[in-house]
Design a protein around this ligand. Structure first.
Ligand code: PLP
Length: 428
């Protein structure tokens, strides 16, 4: 496999970019080797600067659910660029995207668009505090909610990848109101409630995606919501990853739970920088200009991003790929398990809709500590062999793989073959 051009760009990138990347997980630190530089992508495939083509299971960490450069999305974006790039004033498309989003999530009467998942979450936390006049937030270890100070503790994603407990530069005061509970463990939430009177909200990824895929068990979400209701605590569902991915109405639709505040991102921008938070009217009316909770953004509701979001969600609604995602993901899961057995490699596969990943461990993975028992060296070997066999994966044991509706039958066969070769390699 040729990587000469990527290697050269990596060396050049080191001069003015930190680690030659703009987001830490892209650095390939936990799988060894240097990052591949991408030239272009189309449909289910992504191509690096050395002209190696891969089936893309990263999909920009989720947003590209229709595959790359879907023709309807491309058309909508091109049309929008002809009208202007940013106005700092309201547009019709913001109303249109807001309606699509609010119709999909019954718990949302109103939504506010921002520019990233991080912004959505930090605004949602501020809103929960404003609405309840309380300060403390419960989060779950292994859940990642973007890089706001207060939630950058016991977090998954890049922190898990790089084995960092938290971030330098976050002062103690910023996390003193953050309480950590264990995913799938209601007792750990109850304990905080018993010991603290000042809890504004519980925030979680309704399905874990940033410690690898971790699924809520035994009505965890329903019972968590009941616990919140009984104690005057708001439930914030961070559906930045799961929104429109697992089901049009996100994990909340699938598990029949209605959060008080929902955070969105990724898919709703179809590859452009968009985040959103929303809730029922009485909560959203706290937000400026209606209420006293301030939050703003120069580029929020950007017209190109809105056009991309509208086209992506409209096409997604039309395609309704969710049943097929289950079929494809199940095939991939079976291949992983079959090859694991064949080559005597211990692995557990968690899958939720179109999010899936193997953990190189023997025991069930139900929370962050069980995920962390995985053998990351084995994952590194697996990752590079998948790359050599033409499948692009997130370079971390603790990131979900994503499926797009652009995957063809032959792509799936190629993925299955790559899995077999890569697990064989792990066993050697
Ligand atoms: N919340 C979740 C669940 C995420 O997965 C992410 C990003 O991966 C974020 C929040 C932060 O979103 P962004 O990277 O757009 O700031």
């Amino acid at each position: 496999m040729k990587t000469k051009k990527s290697e050269k760009l990596y060396q050049q990138g080191l001069e003015h970019l930190v680690g030659a990347v703009n987001s830490p997980v892209r650095a390939f630190a936990s799988v060894g080797g240097n990052p591949l530089f991408i030239d272009k992508a189309k449909g289910s495939k992504i191509t690096d600067v050395d002209a190696n083509e891969y089936i893309d299971l990263v999909l920009s960490y989720g947003p590209m659910i229709l595959g790359h450069r879907h023709k309807k999305v491309q058309k909508a974006i091109t049309k929008a660029t002809k009208k202007g790039y940013s106005f700092g004033a309201s547009t019709k498309d913001e109303i249109k995207l807001a309606k699509i989003v609010c119709d999909a999530f019954p718990g949302m009467d109103k939504v506010r668009f921002v520019n990233s998942g991080t912004e959505a979450v930090l605004s949602a936390v501020r809103l929960a505090r404003a609405y309840t006049s309380k300060s403390k937030i419960i989060k779950f270890s292994g859940c990642y909610h973007g890089h706001m100070d207060a939630l950058l503790v016991a977090a998954g994603s890049g922190l898990a990848t790089l084995s960092l407990p938290g971030s330098k530069g976050v002062p103690d005061e910023a996390v003193k109101n953050t309480l950590i509970a264990e995913y799938n463990n209601l007792d750990s939430v109850q304990k905080h409630i018993d010991e603290n009177k000042d809890i504004a909200a519980v925030i979680l990824e309704p399905v874990g995606g940033n410690m690898g895929v971790v699924i809520p068990q035994d009505d965890f979400l329903v019972k968590l919501k009941e616990l919140c209701n009984a104690n005057g605590i708001l439930l914030i569902a961070d559906e930045v990853m799961t929104g429109f991915r697992s089901k049009f109405g996100g994990a909340q639709e699938l598990f029949n739970v209605e959060a008080d505040i929902t955070c969105l991102g990724k898919v709703i921008g179809g590859g452009f920088p968009v985040g959103a938070y929303g809730a029922r009217n009485e909560i959203m009316e706290m937000v400026a200009p209606l209420g006293g909770m301030y939050q703003a953004g120069t580029l929020s509701g950007n017209p190109i991003a809105m056009a991309s979001g509208i086209a992506t969600l409209s096409e997604l609604k039309k395609q309704d790929p969710y049943a097929n995602f289950n079929v494809v993901a199940e095939k991939i899961k079976s291949s992983l398990l079959k090859s694991g057995k064949k080559y005597n490699v211990d692995l557990v596969v968690n899958r939720f809709g179109s999010m899936i990943n193997p953990f190189f461990t023997k025991d069930e993975v139900t929370d962050f500590s069980s995920a962390q028992k995985s053998d990351t060296d084995k994952f590194g070997v697996f990752f590079w062999e998948m790359i050599k066999n033409g499948v692009f994966l997130p370079p971390s044991q603790f990131e979900a793989w994503f499926l797009s509706s652009a995957l063809s039958e032959s792509d799936i066969e190629k993925i299955e073959k790559a899995i077999d070769a890569s697990i064989k390699k792990v066993s050697e």
